[in-house]
Design a protein around this ligand. Structure first.
Ligand code: PEP
Ligand code: MN
Length: 381
C-alpha cells in the first residue's frame, strides 16, 4: 500500500494552464475588438469637431476622463495607476484617431541613405521602448521628467524631489556636472551632487537622470544614476558617447543646437553599435536668429524622426524657450506632435536658482503641466 498525496500528472497541469491561457487570450481579443470600436467612435468625434471647428485636443476632458478611469479601477480592486495609464494611452490613440483623415494606407519604407545609422533607422516591426525605473519611454505614454537644472545642495534636491513626486513625476532630473557657457558661472556640485540626486529620487521611488561631461566620470555616475544624459554641447563627443554606452545604462541623447537630425541619429548609432540599445533622443531647440526665445524649438523633428528611427523621442521645452511662461504651451505642443514625453526644469525656490533661473518652473507650474499633459493626478496611487 502506498501513502502520501497524489500528484496531478503533468498533462493535467498543462490542460489547466492551457484552458486559463485560452481564457485570457479570449479576453485580450475582446479588448482589441472594443479598442477598434472605440477608435471608430473617436474618428466620428474628430469629424464632428472638424465640422464644428473645435480643437481636437481637449486637455480638460482628458483629465476628467483620466480621473474617472482611475476611480473605476480602484473600485474594481485594480491599481489606480492602471486606470490612469490606460487613460493616457486611450487619450493619445483617441487623438490620433480623431486627427485621421480618410486616406489610402501609406507604404512606409526604410529611410534612404541611412546606412550610416543602420541600427538606429526605422525598419518594419522595430519600436524601441526604454525602461527607466517605473517609466517605459516609447510605450505610448507621455512621460514628464522634471527637476532642477542644477543640483545645488542636498536640501535643494530633496525639496525638488518632494515636489516632483507629488506631481507624479517618475524620473527626477538634475545636473551635477554643469556645462556652463562661462567658466565664472556655477559649475555644479560634481559627484556629491550625483549622490544627493540619486538618494533624493530613489528614497521616493523615483529614478533619476543626470548629465555626464567627462568620459572618465561615466562609470562613477552610472553607479548612481538610472539614465545618463549627454548634453547638446556634447552630442558629437565620440569618447563620451562610447564611455557612456559602455556603462550599459540607458542614455538620454540631446540634439546639438546646430545638429541635423541625421547627425543626431549618427551620434545615437555610436551608442547602439557599442551594444547599448537604450537610447532616448531629445529635441531641445536650435540656435537661430530669433532672440525672443533662448533657442527655437524644432517640433517638426518629432514626427520627422519618427519616420527615420525606431528610437523614442522626447522634447525639452525649458532649454528651447528659456522662459517659464512658455513651457506649458510647448508641452502641449510636444504632446500634440506625438513626443514620448518632455523633460522640464523646476526649482523648489525659483528666486534662488543658481542656474537657468529664468526658465525654471515653480512647483505649482509643474503641477499644472503634469495635471494637463501627463494627466497624472497629484495624489499618487
Ligand atoms: C541640461 O539639460 O541641463 C542642459 C544643459 O541641456 P542642453 O544640453 O540641452 O543645453
Ligand atoms: Mn538648464
Amino acid at each position: 500500500m502506498t501513502t502520501g498525496t497524489i500528484e496531478a500528472p503533468r498533462s493535467d497541469e498543462a490542460l489547466v494552464l492551457g484552458a486559463l491561457r485560452a481564457n485570457i487570450n479570449h479576453i485580450d481579443n475582446q479588448m482589441i475588438e472594443l479598442l477598434a470600436q472605440r477608435s471608430r467612435v473617436a474618428g466620428d468625434i474628430g469629424l464632428a469637431k472638424r465640422v464644428t471647428g473645435r480643437a481636437i485636443h481637449d486637455p480638460l476632458r482628458e483629465s476628467a476622463h483620466a480621473l474617472d478611469l482611475e476611480q473605476a479601477a480602484s473600485r474594481l480592486g485594480l491599481p489606480a495607476r492602471l486606470g490612469r495609464e490606460l487613460a493616457l494611452l486611450l487619450a493619445r490613440h483617441g487623438c490620433a484617431a480623431q486627427l485621421e483623415q480618410p486616406k489610402a494606407p501609406r507604404a512606409r519604407g526604410i529611410a534612404p541613405d541611412s546606412e550610416s545609422f543602420r541600427l538606429a533607422r526605422w525598419e518594419p516591426g522595430r519600436h524601441t521602448v526604454v525602461s527607466v525605473g517605473e517609466a517605459r519611454i516609447g510605450a505610448g505614454l507621455h512621460e514628464v521628467i522634471a527637476g532642477p537644472c542644477a543640483v545645488e545642495s542636498e536640501r535643494q534636491v530633496q525639496e525638488a524631489a518632494d515636489h516632483a513626486r507629488a506631481c507624479g513625476v517618475r524620473i527626477l532630473r538634475g545636473g551635477a556636472f554643469k556645462p556652463r557657457t562661462s567658466p565664472y558661472d556655477f559649475q555644479g556640485t560634481g559627484m556629491p551632487g550625483v549622490r544627493w540626486l540619486a538618494d533624493a529620487a530613489h528614497s521616493r521611488g523615483m529614478a533619476c537622470v543626470t548629465e555626464v561631461l567627462d568620459p572618465a566620470d561615466a562609470g562613477a555616475v552610472a553607479e548612481h544614476a538610472d539614465l545618463l544624459q549627454i548634453g547638446a554641447r556634447n552630442m558629437q563627443n565620440v569618447p563620451l558617447l562610447r564611455a557612456c554606452a559602455a556603462t550599459g545604462r540607458p542614455i538620454l541623447l540631446k540634439r546639438g543646437a546646430a545638429a541635423t537630425m541625421r547627425e543626431l541619429l549618427c551620434a545615437a548609432e555610436y551608442i547602439l553599435v557599442a551594444g547599448n540599445p537604450g537610447v532616448i533622443l531629445c529635441e531641445r531647440g536650435l540656435r537661430t536668429f530669433e532672440r525672443e526665445t533662448r533657442n527655437t524649438l524644432d517640433l517638426s523633428s518629432v514626427p520627422a524622426l519618427r519616420e527615420l528611427t525606431h528610437l523614442p523621442v522626447i522634447v525639452d521645452p525649458s532649454h528651447a524657450a528659456g522662459r517659464d511662461e512658455l513651457i506649458l504651451a510647448l508641452c502641449r505642443a510636444a504632446h500634440g506632435v506625438g513626443a514620448d514625453g518632455v523633460i522640464v526644469e523646476m526649482h523648489p525656490r525659483k528666486c534662488e536658482a543658481k542656474c537657468d533661473q529664468r526658465q525654471a518652473l515653480t512647483p505649482r507650474q509643474l503641477d499644472e503641466i503634469c495635471n494637463e499633459v501627463h494627466l497624472v493626478q497629484t495624489h499618487l496611487a
